[in-house]
Design a protein around this ligand. Structure first.
Ligand SMILES: Nc1ncnc2c1ncn2[C@@H]1O[C@H](COP(=O)(O)OP(=O)(O)OP(=O)(O)O)[C@@H](O)[C@H]1O
Ligand SMILES: [Mg+2]
Length: 253
């Protein structure tokens, strides 16, 4: 269970998070929607502890991570993994090394044991196969397309199998067929790991496919949160727009 209470965060005197409250249930896929620049990525970075709030609480399974020292924080976030918006692959490592990175440096979150080289290799190959990059292990990030980088970053997350998975724009910039595969993969991963997933996206079709609950981030807060069927009926201009996008695909001419 993740509990966020009254979170405030400002950059250069401008508040991005303004008393944000959010509870994320164990085992659910929560999708957070919101306009560009509202602070969705900032919120995910607070959950994984790489940004520190000005005030407020981020509680993971009863532990307030905002109070922890660096070493304690490192221990507490080992069960989490994040797909960063810009993929954030390590440029000097090939795709196989990138995908195995967390397992090389941490114990396996499920068994709480260090995996050996052979086990890591198997996890990496399975994950790369899942994202359709099984023939790209040797490639360097600089030689991949944007969509391939995104899929490689996803493989890195899936190979690690954390209990809490944070996805920042997992389908943005991907073609519709690959997007669908990613959506299926998110659901499959969730079913297999029984973890908790938080997904930030602009892609309402993807959100609709994967979510147990949908949330809207606006004005520094989560202003609505509800199961998809309820959420989409909310009387609000932003949600009316999403409703329209889902109900009919318009032609430009
Ligand atoms: N490290 C930082 N230093 C200064 N400002 C920052 C920093 N990180 C985020 N911001 C600002 O916080 C605001 C929210 O950024 P954030 O990246 O969370 O937006 P977002 O909702 O994820 O947008 P998008 O949908 O475009 O990805 C922006 O105005 C951004 O410039
Ligand atoms: Mg973002």
């Amino acid at each position: 269970m993740i509990k966020i209470k009254n979170l405030y965060k400002s950059y250069e005197n401008s508040f991005v998070l303004k008393g944000l409250n959010l509870e994320i249930n164990q085992g659910e896929i929560l999708v957070i929607l919101g306009r560009s620049g509202v602070g969705k990525s900032v919120l995910l970075k607070h959950i994984i502890g790489i940004e520190k709030a000005d005030s407020g609480i981020v509680e993971i399974d009863g532990v307030d991570i905002s109070e922890l020292s660096f070493t304690e924080l490192y221990q507490s976030i080992k069960n989490m993994g994040m797909l960063f918006q810009g993929a954030a692959l390590f440029d000097s490592m090939n795709i196989e090394q990138n995908t195995g990175f967390y397992l090389e440096h941490n114990e396996d979150p499920t068994s709480k044991k260090r995996l050996n080289k052979k086990e890591i290799k198997q996890r990496v190959l399975d994950a790369l196969k899942m994202v359709g990059l099984e023939d790209s292990e040797e490639k360097m990030p600089s030689s991949l397309s944007g969509g391939m980088k995104k899929r490689a970053a996803l493989a890195r997350l899936i190979a690690y199998r954390p209990k809490i998975l944070l996805y920042d724009e997992p389908t943005t910039g991907l073609d519709p067929i690959t997007s669908n595969q990613i959506n299926e993969l998110i659901v499959k991963t969730q079913n297999e790991l029984g973890g908790t997933s938080v997904i930030v996206t602009h892609d309402i079709h993807s959100a609709w496919y994967v979510a147990d609950r949908l949330a809207l981030h606006r004005d520094g807060k989560i202003i609505y949160i509800a199961p998809p069927e309820e959420f989409i009926k909310i009387d609000d201009p932003d949600i009316a727009y999403l409703r329209k996008t889902l109900s009919n695909v318009e032609r430009g001419r």
